[in-house]
Ligand binder design. Structure first.
Ligand SMILES: NC(=O)c1ccc[n+]([C@@H]2O[C@H](COP(=O)([O-])OP(=O)(O)OC[C@H]3O[C@@H](n4cnc5c(N)ncnc54)[C@H](O)[C@@H]3O)[C@@H](O)[C@H]2O)c1
Length: 437
C-alpha cells in the first residue's frame, strides 16, 4: 500500500517507519527542511530505542522516503496520516492550526480518493473540521478517519508494532476496509481494531491520557499524605497494585508527570468540557497537584541547607521527562533547574540522551557534565529527576567521594531506604521517611 505521513516528529517518524517495516511504501512529509535532509541522508532525528535499525533497513530498501513537498509526498497514497503538532493554544485548548492548514492544502492537492487519518491527538469534532477544510477545494472523494495514537516514547516501536488495541473512528465502509488492511499485520495476535464513530475515537485518546495522568497524580497525593502520616508509599503501592481492579502500572510516586502529551491533553480535555458547559473537576485538581509536585523537593532541599541555596552547587541526574527518550517537553527537570537557579544555586546536569535538547533551551545557565559521575564532582547534593536504568545501581562509594556531602534528593524513589542508611547517606525521596546520616 502507498502511505503518506505528514509531520515527521516522534509519532510521524515511528508511524512511517513501522508501516514501511510491514511492507508499505511510505513517504514522510515535513515542513522542516533540515529534518528532511537529515532523514533522507539516513541520520535519525530522535532518540527512540529500536527505531534506527528498522529506519535504516527500510530506507535502504527504498520503502521509506522523505520530502518537504506535500504534493510529492501524497502522490498515489491510499492513506495519508496527519501526525502534526496540537500544542495548547492561548486558552489551553488544542491549537488546530497545523492540522487545518494541511487539511486546506490537501483539498488543493488530492488527485484520487484517499483516507485522511487524524493521528494527532485532537479534540472532539476535529474530524468534521478537517473534512470541511478539505472539502472546500477537493475535487475527488475522500474520507477522514480518527485513529489516535497510544504509543509511549521510549518503547514506541514495540507499542506501534504490537498495540494493545487500535482505535479507528469512521463510519465509512471504504475507509474501514483500508484501515483493516493496513493494520492487519500489527494485530495478528488478536489485539482488537475497535471501530467507532469519529467523536468517540477522539474522546477515547483524551480519556486514556487523562485517566493515566490522574492515576499518577492520585498516587502522588497518597505519597504526600504518607510523608505526613508516617506510612511508606512503596508498601502502599504494592498493597493496592496487587488488586486486579487497580493494577500495578502508573502507581509509582515521584515528581510528577511531564512530556508532550499528558500536560497538554489533560488541559485540553478540561477546555473541551468547558465548551460543552461541563465542569470536569478532577482534571483541574490533577493539573494543580502535578504542577506543585514537580518541584516538591526544592523546599526540602532549602530546608536542609537552612533556607539558603546561594552559592550551593546541585547536580541533577536525568533531564528527559522519562527514561529512554531525549524528549524534554514539560520535563520536571526543567522546572527544577529554574527553581534552583532562582534560589541562587549553581546547577550541573547529566542525562544519557537529552543533553543537546536541554542545551537548546537552557543554554549556558547550567553546566553540562560528560558523565553521571563528573556531574557530582564538588557538588553539594545530588537530585534525581529521571529514572534512567544506569542511575538505579550506581557506585555509591564513588558518589560519596565525589559529592561534598553524602546527600541525595531522589524524585524517583530509586534506592532502598535501609541500604542508604547503611551507606551513611542523608536521603530524601517521595512518600517515604527521610534518612538522616
Ligand atoms: N509524542 C508522543 O508520545 C505522542 C503519543 C501519542 C500522540 N501524540 C500526538 O501526536 C501529535 C504529534 O506529536 P509529536 O510528538 O510527534 O510532535 P512533534 O512536534 O515531534 O512532530 C510534529 C512534526 O510536524 C512537523 N510539521 C509542522 N507543521 C507541518 C506542516 N505544515 N507540514 C508538515 N509537517 C509539519 C514538525 O516540523 C514536526 O516535525 C500530537 O498531536 C501529539 O499529541 C504524541
Amino acid at each position: 500500500m502507498k502511505v503518506a505521513v505528514v509531520g515527521t516528529g516522534y509519532v510521524g517518524l515511528v508511524t512511517g517507519t513501522c508501516f514501511a517495516e510491514t511492507g508499505n511504501n511510505v513517504t514522510c512529509v515535513d515542513i522542516d527542511p533540515k529534518k528532511v535532509e537529515s532523514l533522507s541522508k539516513g541520520k535519525i532525528t530522535i532518540y527512540e530505542p529500536g527505531l534506527e535499525v528498522i529506519f535504516e533497513r527500510n530506507r535502504k530498501e527504498n520503502r521509506l522516503k522523505f520530502t518537504t513537498s506535500l504534493e510529492e509526498g501524497i502522490e498515489g497514497a491510499e492513506v495519508i496520516f496527519l501526525a502534526l503538532p496540537t500544542p495548547p493554544g492561548e486558552d489551553g485548548s488544542a491549537d488546530l492550526k497545523y492540522i487545518l492548514g494541511v487539511a486546506h492544502d490537501l483539498g488543493n492537492t488530492l488527485k484520487d480518493y484517499a483516507v485522511i487519518v487524524d493521528k494527532s491527538t485532537v479534540p472532539v469534532g476535529t474530524a468534521e473540521k478537517v473534512t470541511a477544510a478539505i472539502a472546500k477545494n477537493a475535487k475527488v472523494d475522500f474520507d477522514v478517519v480518527s485513529n489516535p495514537e497510544f504509543l509511549r516514547e521510549g518503547v514506541a516501536v514495540d507499542d506501534f508494532m504490537k498495540p494493545d488495541r487500535v482505535v479507528v473512528g469512521t463510519t465509512s465502509e471504504r475507509a474501514m476496509e483500508i484501515m483493516n488492511r493496513l493494520y492487519a499485520p500489527l494485530v495478528r495476535q488478536g489485539n482488537p481494531v475497535i471501530f467507532m464513530d469519529e467523536r468517540s475515537a477522539e474522546m477515547t485518546k483524551y480519556a486514556a491520557n487523562s485517566f493515566l495522568a490522574m492515576k499518577i497524580t492520585f498516587m502522588n497525593e497518597i505519597a504526600n499524605l504518607c510523608e505526613r502520616a508516617g506510612a511508606d508509599v512503596d508498601m502502599v503501592r504494592k498493597g493496592i497494585g496487587t488488586d486486579s481492579r487497580i493494577g500495578k502500572r502508573f502507581l509509582f510516586p515521584g515528581i510528577g508527570y511531564g512530556g508532550s502529551c499528558f500536560p497538554k491533553d489533560v488541559q485540553a480535555l478540561g477546555k473541551t468540557a468547558n465548551e460543552f458547559d461541563y465542569d470536569f473537576k478532577i482534571l483541574n485538581s490533577v493539573m494543580k497537584v502535578n504542577d506543585k509536585q514537580k518541584t516538591k523537593l526544592i523546599p526540602v532541599l532549602k530546608d536542609h541547607f537552612g533556607g539558603d541555596l546561594k552559592g550551593k552547587t546541585i547536580a541533577l541526574w536525568g533531564l528527559a521527562f522519562k527514561p529512554h527518550t531525549d524528549d524534554i517537553r514539560e520535563a520536571p527537570a526543567l522546572y527544577n533547574i529554574k527553581s534552583l537557579r532562582r534560589a541562587g544555586a549553581k546547577v550541573v546536569v547529566f542525562d544519557p540522551e537529552a543533553m543537546d535538547n536541554v542545551r537548546g533551551v537552557v543554554g549556558r545557565k547550567v553546566k553540562y557534565a560528560k558523565s553521571m559521575y563528573e556531574a557530582l564532582e564538588g557538588a553539594d547534593a545530588l537530585m534525581i529527576m529521571t529514572e534512567w536504568p544506569e542511575f538505579r545501581t550506581p557506585d555509591f562509594d564513588r558518589i560519596g567521594e565525589s559529592l561534598n556531602n553524602k546527600l541525595i534528593f531522589d524524585g524517583r524513589n530509586l534506592y532502598d531506604l535501609d541500604l542508604m542508611e547503611k551507606r551513611g547517606y542523608t536521603y530524601y525521596s517521595v512518600g517515604r521517611k527521610s534518612i538522616k546520616a
